[in-house]
Design a protein around this ligand. Structure first.
Ligand code: OGA
Ligand code: ZN
Ligand code: ZN
Length: 390
């Protein structure tokens, strides 16, 4: 759906210019004011943007410091033409471009992706994709990615049960990030583990590696063997938990968005430190990240008077994350791969008994931008195909 459809705006009903800004009234009755500098900086003429790649050909300092709309006129195709002062540069906008870039509060709100919050009750309605279909059919892959993006996780079924499949999946959906664990890491019980993940101990829900800067955006865990009793996967929607915290204790929520804490991981070949808040919000106050890891949380480097309130808030968030009604529990079978947005879908596992069966997962990390891009490219290609077919 285009921004225009979602905002309820649409065709231009009226134009007025003060010289310093242009106000468009849409046929819906809603109005938006575009400042002159914003309109000029969006000029797509061949002198302003490279015709082949659309990249800007000038520096901001090349534009007149004070720009004015000398003339504005409606065109026969519905678009508008602006002639600028003090230079006589000409800029054309189509009607659809203007509706898609409407700066009104309602249009800006409607363009934001809204996460679909979930809890244990999502159960069998969780996002699932079939790997064989996903590689054969771009529409199936895009459907999986859309559901993944809305929920912050998805389960891929029926992938090969051969080692390193996780890298093929990661590099298909995005780009695998290499770390000191290598491109992939084996999750199994080993002697002298440098991480509790490599023991049979249960793991409370967490984000992986908050001690990295940047923290991995997406984690994949692919199951090769799951014969050992136990070892079920736990998932909690960190955005839902943070939303509950905001409702139940707004001051605690606020503290966790403002006071960062240190995270740390040490191994023979690694000394990793990063500092971040447990909850991140954007400029509108919307929740955009939750990082939680009791194992690698290091020390709180904060003014003494903030320490007790911060710990109380941390405990409150942990308490909400541990509520059974939030926790989705399922068992990974060989060939299953769970894909998790690492700053949202927090994961854990129940303990398992390695003396009574094998359990072997392989994991890797990919960055969020690669997966976002993949979804946009698939959507563009599918739309182009539809256009050709029509
Ligand atoms: C991990 C982890 C979960 C599991 O390796 O990061 O959380 O199911 N593993 O073993
Ligand atoms: Zn131009
Ligand atoms: Zn983990």
């Amino acid at each position: 759906m285009s921004g225009a459809d979602m905002s309820g705006a649409g065709m231009i009903a009226n134009l007025t210019s003060t010289g310093a800004a242009l106000t468009i009234t849409w046929q819906s009755g809603e109005a938006v004011t575009f400042p002159a500098i914003w309109l000029r900086d969006n000029c797509r003429c061949a002198a302003c943007r490279h015709p082949g790649n659309g990249q800007r050909l000038y520096e901001i300092t090349d534009l007149p410091a004070t720009l004015n709309i000398r003339e504005v006129a409606r065109q026969s195709d519905g678009g508008i033409k602006i002639v600028w002062a003090p230079d006589t540069h000409v800029t054309n906008f189509s009607e659809s471009w203007l509706t898609e870039h409407d700066l009104s509060a309602s249009a800006r709100k409607s363009r934001k992706k809204k996460p679909t919050l979930w809890s244990k009750s999502i159960g069998n309605a969780k996002p699932v994709g079939d790997w064989r279909q996903m590689v054969a059919d771009p529409a199936a892959e895009l459907a999986f990615l859309d559901a993944y993006h809305a929920h912050g996780f998805g389960l891929i079924r029926h992938s090969p049960t051969v080692p390193e499949t996780v890298l093929n999946i990661g590099n298909h959906l995005g780009f695998v990030r290499v770390t000191n664990y290598g491109a992939l890491f084996d999750v199994m019980s080993v002697p002298n583990p440098n991480n509790l993940a490599f023991t049979p101990i249960g793991l409370g829900v967490h984000s992986d590696n908050p001690y990295r800067d940047p923290t991995p955006g997406v984690q994949l865990l692919h199951c090769l063997e799951s014969d050992a009793p136990g070892g079920d996967t736990l998932l909690v929607d960190g955005f839902n938990s943070a939303t509950i915290l905001r409702q139940e204790d707004p001051a605690a929520f606020d503290l966790l968005t403002r006071i960062p804490v240190n995270f740390r991981f040490r191994a023979e070949d690694a000394e990793l430190n990063a500092r971040q808040t447990l909850i991140s919000v954007d400029e509108d106050g919307d929740i955009v990240g939750v990082h939680f890891n009791n194992r690698s949380l290091d020390w709180l480097d904060a003014p003494p008077e903030m320490v007790e309130p911060w710990f109380a808030a941390y405990r409150k968030l942990a308490d909400i994350l541990h509520r059974p009604e939030g926790e989705l529990i399922f068992r990974l079978e060989p060939g299953d791969c769970v894909v998790m947005q690492n700053d949202r879908a927090l994961h854990g596992r129940t303990e398992f008994d390695p003396s009574r069966g094998r359990r072997h997962l392989q994991g890797c990390y990919v960055d969020k931008d690669g997966m976002d891009s993949r979804a946009r490219v698939l959507r563009r290609r599918l739309a182009e195909q539809k256009g050709v077919a029509a």
